[in-house]
Design a protein around this ligand. Structure first.
Ligand code: AMP
Length: 424
């Protein structure tokens, strides 16, 4: 027997329905705001991530699924969605039309991580990006939309944490100050190397001894330029106006190198500290140039679908279940099987959720299947019913059963089901 590869899992009913519902809630929020759907390949030129995500990040150095194709191309299973979406927008010349370009996406991502609850090697995200804008309104808009999506799922324990990393103008001074500070610490070789390559990444080190050593580290907030501060203040004001509570965290940095100015994370305390981020994002004004495009300031987020579901479970929310059936048909005999196949086909075409027992099952087994299906009604018919032009309609809740002429079956079912059937 084969098993799903380490760090991956299958989505099977009924939990798979809940995952689908999470994806829908997130995408509904952005579609209502006019975001267009974008889909990109599951793999890309490896250099897109090396340049885009950053050479010294954990994602690039340790977590990529990279391989050389038979044709000799170096490709990588996408570990994140922003660089691919930006690449697709540039390649499709979307940035030459009216700006900003608002895009959303949903799909699978791959990172060779140490698997644990909420941390997988294959996971899914819903993402949203606003390309070609410096306006802080777009940063705030994205945060509000994500929070509205979480709220529509019933989640109440999601916190927003925000920070500003400053712009390309103000960050170099901070980078040097932080580097200077880090050089004064007694760091292990790997961390010392990281401090030279990308000192901000050291702030993200979760080890308690490193966090303790960083207590007096300089903060980006002391190095922000006037325009960075104004930008950040506007984001904060718009969030407050929209009724979205947030926490400032001057030490928030994220695992990808491309961020500038606004940075945010959606945190849920029900998942354990290492996996508490159920989503996150920020502004990436310089990413387009890093991957060979023109300057295209942009902002976006990615929300973890599985972690959102874990957060719902942690809050004890009822998980969205399967849609369920309205009607289950039980044919008795070959001729009945043929006729009820037609009846069920017509019901489905009329927008009624219907299924039928197949495989020539006997009455007892088929009725058990009808009960298990969750259907409200069962149609039971044998040769004798059909030669009389009727089928038995059974209410599976009350057990009541009565013959209904075949020609009236659909209307009678519709009446019985009342408002629960949508005409199509
Ligand atoms: P990131 O692209 O690292 O900013 O991740 C965005 C969101 O995706 C995170 O907040 C998580 O919710 C989710 N995520 C990232 N990595 C994983 C993973 N290995 N397993 C499950 N979810 C993940």
């Amino acid at each position: 027997m084969f098993r799903a590869p380490k760090g991956t899992f299958d989505l099977v009913p009924p939990r798979a329905e809940a995952i689908l519902a999470v994806r829908e809630a997130m995408s509904d929020a952005v579609r209502r705001a006019g975001f267009g759907y974008v889909e990109t390949p599951s793999f890309e030129d490896t250099q897109l991530f090396v340049r885009g995500v950053g050479e010294s990040t954990d994602v690039v150095t340790k977590e990529m699924y990279s391989f050389t194709t038979r044709g000799g191309d170096d490709v990588t299973l996408r570990p994140e969605g922003t660089a691919p979406v930006l690449r697709a927008a540039l390649e499709g010349n979307l940035h030459r039309g009216s700006l900003p370009v608002k895009l959303w996406y949903s799909g699978s991502y791959y990172r060779y991580e140490r698997p644990q609850k909420g941390r997988y090697r294959h996971f899914s995200q819903v993402g949203a990006e606003v390309l070609g804008t410096e306006d802080p309104a777009n940063d705030a808009e994205l945060i509000v939309l994500a929070m509205d999506g979480y709220r529509s799922l019933g989640l109440t324990g999601v916190r927003v944490v925000i920070n500003s990393l400053g712009s390309e103008e103000s960050r170099p001074a901070y980078r040097s100050a932080l580097q200077e500070f880090l050089r004064g610490l007694d760091l292990d070789d790997e961390t010392a190397k990281r401090a030279e390559l990308n000192p901000l990444r050291v702030l993200d080190d979760k080890r308690p001894e490193i966090q303790a050593a960083l207590t007096d580290a300089p903060l980006m907030s002391d190095f922000l330029s006037k325009s960075d501060l104004d930008h950040h203040d506007t984001v904060r004001t718009l969030l407050a106006d929209a009724g979205v509570a947030f926490e400032d965290d001057a030490r928030l940095v994220r695992g990808l190198d491309y961020y500038s100015r606004t940075l945010f994370e959606f945190v849920h305390d029900g998942l354990g500290a290492a996996q508490s981020a159920i989503g996150g994002g920020g502004r990436y004004d310089g990413l387009s140039e890093l991957i060979g495009g023109p300057r295209l300031p942009s902002v976006g987020w990615a929300l973890g679908v599985e972690r959102t579901l874990l957060a719902m479970e942690a809050e004890g929310l009822p998980l969205p279940g399967e849609t369920g059936l309205d009607v289950y048909a039980v044919p008795l005999g070959e001729e009945a099987a043929r006729q009820l196949f037609g009846v069920v086909t017509e019901l489905r075409r009329a927008g009624i959720r219907a299924d039928l027992a197949t495989g020539g099952r006997g009455l007892k087994g088929a009725m058990k299947a009808a009960d298990r299906s969750g259907a409200r009604l069962a149609i039971v018919a044998g040769e004798r019913d059909l030669s009389a032009g009727v089928a038995q309609l059974k209410d599976l809740q009350t057990g009541d059963q009565r013959p209904v002429p075949l020609a009236e079956l659909q209307n009678t079912i519709r009446t019985e089901l009342g408002g629960s059937v949508q005409a199509n």
